[in-house]
Ligand binder design. Structure first.
Ligand code: ZN
Length: 250
């Protein structure tokens, strides 16, 4: 396959960093440089499974939001409707293949399917095919990174739109922290009660009264928090990562 010797600086998409700031291979970064997710900007040491060493890598949390061009779930293995009939008891592995490109919050990405899994990489050149992607995103044997900033451009995620669930998510985080502090004996259940009301949580009737058994009561609350989390859309997580809203600090 053809490979490029130099970076194509003319055809980067406008959302990419300026050509002079595009990283090319590990030799272009010093030890202090954090490699970041090309969508949410989270540095590798905080991100979930960021495939550094690949061009414009996308973390697993962002990858989970990927959809196909028509808005459906990206396929893998065999295209929809083309799965072969299986004989009873026959175990076979589907091929390393799947949907391309995929879109994450409006951002075009290409997946490399291999060993039954894949890595997802953001497109910096608005490529038409996977072959094009590989050609433009590899210099010699090196990867490139054209989005290595805390808040990469072109990501269509609105923290105003998700404001309500973001706040709920923060209330839940706060309750969880308070439950933890009750376990540690740092605070009392009195600190917890108003927070439960603010989040609109209903604690199951089997729970003991808070004054009777504060710790047991707190465990029931923790359970409700976990249930309530299922209703928080996953875009909220992207918002928190992208805008760095996470006030999970002490
Ligand atoms: Zn990410």
């Amino acid at each position: 396959m053809d490979t490029r010797d130099t970076l194509d600086t003319d055809n980067l998409i406008p959302e990419a960093v300026p050509p002079s700031e595009v990283l090319v291979g590990s030799e272009s970064v010093d030890k202090e440089t954090d490699l970041r997710c090309a969508v949410c900007g989270t540095p590798a040491d905080e991100a979930v499974s960021l495939p550094t060493g690949y061009s414009n890598p996308v973390c697993q949390r962002c990858d989970e939001l990927a959809i196909s061009a028509d808005g459906t779930n990206p396929w893998e293995g065999h295209p929809p409707g083309q799965w072969p009939e299986t004989e009873d008891g026959v175990i076979y592995s589907p091929p390393d293949a799947g949907e391309n490109p995929v879109f994450i919050a409006g951002v075009k990405c290409w997946r490399r399917y291999r060993f039954g899994g894949w890595v997802t990489r953001r497109d910096a050149y608005d490529c038409e095919t996977l072959e094009d992607f590989q050609y433009y995103h590899r210099i010699g044997r090196d990867w490139i990174h054209a989005f290595n900033v805390p808040q990469p451009d072109g990501v269509m995620i609105s923290n105003e739109k998700w404001d309500v669930p973001i706040q709920q998510r923060q209330r839940l985080d706060d309750i969880e922290k308070t439950v933890e502090q009750i376990r540690e004996g740092i605070v009392t259940v009195d600190d917890l009660i108003p927070k439960i009301a603010a989040a609109g949580l209903t604690v199951r009737s089997e729970a003991p009264a808070p004054e009777d058994d504060p710790e047991e009561f707190a465990e029931f609350v923790a359970y409700e928090v976990e249930q309530e989390r299922h209703d928080i859309p996953s875009q909220v997580d992207l918002c928190l990562r992208y805008y760095g809203i996470d006030d999970d600090n002490e």
